[in-house]
Design a protein around this ligand. Structure first.
Ligand code: COA
Length: 287
């Protein structure tokens, strides 16, 4: 889909880069020539991802970091700059989430998710912004931030209140910083994925025996997303060719979030049955 040197020489920090979609993005960016800085609370998963990138001929650095703790984020960013000389892009991918009735949430449960998703994304954006501004902003190539949000950042969602609140905060941060930091040549965008199966999110969000809750049959595209599709969208946003695109959240969900349209559920029925119903209605209307 892209020239193999699309991201050549770019240094990209990915939070939560050792598992799931974060790892898939890291592998794809490395394939396109980028140098990766992988961060996670768990050293073993980022070490494994680093080894995979290196085995494929790429370059990566693995730095343990809890994004809730700003000094740790600053230290991670410093380690990245010391190792690669500079950082060009940040992908805020690390997240925390679980299903829980809102009336049963403890204040600490709410704070934990907000801490990882909203404060964590802000901490990383802040440390990255400091670095880009210190190295000369626009004149030194600027910077590029992507945050992974979710379609319910806009619509809200039952049973994931902390995540919905945190992700909508990240979306607002995206729009706000895009305007404020344009003067430094920093672009700030978000990607809102629909269902992309990953081991971590599925274990946390798919209640056992309730596979139909997140069924491909409810998605206009009739399937879940594939990791390479999201990674390619992220690569496009990080590439220089999309330089005029900032402050936007791009949804990638096979049309799932548009299903609220009044008559859209008819498209999920057997087309022959729908046609028959409509024929009957037309015939009835002529009487
Ligand atoms: N339902 C209700 N409350 C829950 C919960 C659940 N399923 N899981 C955790 N909590 C509560 C805990 O009880 C605790 O609150 P308390 O101190 O009042 O009892 C609070 O959340 C913090 O939990 P703890 O496990 O101590 O925090 P942590 O920082 O280690 O974990 C989480 C943070 C809770 C977000 C954890 O789910 C996590 O680490 N997630 C990362 C991975 C992930 O979520 N991946 C999916 C991404 S889509």
């Amino acid at each position: 889909m892209f020239q193999s040197d699309l991201l050549a020489g770019k240094v990209i920090v990915i939070t939560g880069g050792g598992t799931g979609l974060g790892k898939s993005m890291a592998l794809r960016f490395a394939e396109l020539g980028a140098k990766l800085v992988l961060t996670s609370r768990r050293q073993e998963v980022i070490d494994e991802a680093k080894a995979e990138i290196e085995a494929a001929g790429g370059e990566a650095l693995a730095v343990t970091c809890d994004v809730r703790d700003f000094p740790q984020v600053e230290a991670m960013m410093e380690a990245a700059v010391e190792h690669f000389g500079r950082v060009d892009c940040l992908v805020n991918n690390a997240a925390g989430n679980f299903l829980c009735p809102s009336e049963k949430l403890s204040p600490n449960a709410f704070a934990s998710v907000l801490g990882i998703v909203l404060q964590g994304s802000f901490h990383c954006a802040l440390a990255f912004g400091h670095h880009v501004i210190a190295r000369g902003g626009k004149e030194s190539g600027g910077g590029n931030v992507i945050s992974i949000t979710t379609t319910y950042a806009t619509h809200g969602s039952a049973y994931v209140l902390p995540s919905a609140c945190a992700k909508s905060g990240v979306l607002t941060m995206t729009k706000s910083l895009a305007v404020e930091w344009a003067k430094y040549g920093i672009r700030v965008n978000a990607i809102a994925p629909g269902p992309f199966p990953t081991e971590g999110a599925w274990a946390k969000l798919m209640p056992p025996g309730m596979d139909e809750l997140l069924s491909p049959d409810k998605i206009p595209a009739r399937r879940f997303g594939e990791h390479h599709e999201l990674a390619n969208l992220a690569a496009y946003l990080l590439a220089d060719g999309s330089a005029y695109l900032t402050g936007r959240e791009i949804t990638i969900d096979g049309g799932e979030s548009l299903m609220a349209g009044e008559f859209n559920s008819l498209t999920l029925m057997d087309p022959a049955a729908v046609e028959q119903i409509m024929e009957l209605m037309r015939a009835g209307g002529k009487k």
